[in-house]
Design a protein. Structure first.
Length: 364
């Protein structure tokens, strides 16, 4: 989804992919096949470009530090910033030191540490693997230290957090250039399904202008404090009294920003490219009072084309984005967006299109 905006901006964007059948490799003009954790493969793509950027956070920091040190390419976001999205313990430690709101958390090195955390909160805690987790992978709610012993044995250290009694999840996205220029998108509300982002409403319903500004300012401050270049998504918990705390960070275009492709003057994929290429940032102004996005998670239909055609015919204002991935139950295979005035009505239309696509016109 970055390749289309790259063409429009006159940028050449070679892709490093692990397989020729991957979505980006299938449409990119220049493709290098190799793994993101293979130093020679990453150095090979870095040698072809002026700026190296990412669609996930899993490239080892040592590889990026070497590329940066050797001057092969500008790494954006840089490894010193990216580590806060790669390692949840590093992120928690730094955000806490900076005074940004976080849940209570504990570094778990032995079972006794976890037992003490559980005793302190007098109830269950959330345990996370520091690295590699996404879409609910690497997250577990435990009531005793023994329930996480296998992870502790495998990873050596874990992150434990209090179980925040949140009423909803919010996401604040910002973009920042190398020189510090930054812009913020409207704060959105997200809903998860089996730990995967399922639907987004922009702007977040019921969030007044003062709260919007306060949360946007927090995200902008985090981007500056961590020296982020590119898109940054700050995922947040909101509690009943309106307090917020940072859940996780993503330094790339993010699911909670897909609405901006059709709902904002500048979509997040174009904005990320503008930021890392050090181009003037685009307007984040919404194109309609409300935008909604619903993720397409693999259902019963193996062939998405009949349902997509039916969805397009049934509601010409719905925008469909398919990723070219094979269908598996629960796998993110695309998303739909629709913009207008009423969130409830837009969500109903988006979910109608979703059901047609993932179950087919005969099964929806």
């Amino acid at each position: 989804m970055m390749l289309g905006p790259a063409i429009e901006l006159g940028l050449t964007a070679p892709v490093l992919a692990t397989d020729p059948a991957e979505s980006a490799a299938d449409v990119a003009a220049r493709v290098r096949i190799g793994r993101h954790d293979d130093e020679q493969a990453v150095r090979g793509i870095a040698d072809e470009v002026e700026v190296l950027t990412f669609d996930h956070e899993h490239v080892p920091a040592a590889i990026l530090e070497a590329i940066d040190r050797d001057g092969l390419a500008a790494v954006r976001p840089g490894p010193a910033a990216l580590v806060h999205a790669q390692d949840k313990l590093v992120m928690r430690e730094r955000l806490t030191a900076l005074g940004h709101p976080c849940p209570r958390w504990w570094r778990i090195g032995v079972a006794e540490d976890l037992a003490a955390a559980i005793a302190e909160v007098e109830g269950p805690v959330v345990v996370k693997t520091p690295r590699g987790g996404y879409d609910a992978h690497g997250v577990r709610i435990v009531e005793s230290a023994g329930q996480a012993q296998d992870w502790l044995d495998a990873h050596g250290e874990l992150l434990a957090e209090e179980l925040v009694p949140f009423t909803r999840e919010l996401s604040a996205q910002v973009a920042r250039r190398p020189g510090g220029e930054a812009v913020a998108y409207p704060v959105v509300q997200s809903v998860q399904k089996d730990g995967v982002c399922y639907e987004v409403v922009a702007p977040a319903p019921g969030l007044d202008a003062a709260a919007q500004q306060r949360i946007q300012s927090l995200a902008l401050a985090i981007a500056e404090d961590l020296d982020v270049t590119g898109m940054l998504a700050v995922e947040l918990f909101e509690t009943e009294d309106g307090e917020i705390s940072v859940n996780e960070l993503a330094m790339r275009p993010h699911n909670t920003g897909h609405w901006s492709m059709d709902g904002a003057v500048t979509g997040q994929f174009e904005q990320h490219l503008r930021a890392v290429a050090d181009l003037p940032l685009g307007s984040t102004a919404p194109l309609a009072p409300v935008s909604v996005m619903v993720n397409l998670l693999g259902g019963t239909a193996a062939d998405l084309d009949p349902g997509a055609r039916a969805a397009l015919a049934g509601d010409p204002a719905v925008k469909i984005h398919l990723y070219g991935k094979s269908v598996r139950p629960g796998r993110k295979i695309g998303h739909v967006t629709v913009v207008g005035d009423d969130a409830a009505e837009l969500l109903e239309r988006a979910h109608r299109a979703e059901r047609l696509i993932i179950d087919g016109p005969d099964g929806a």
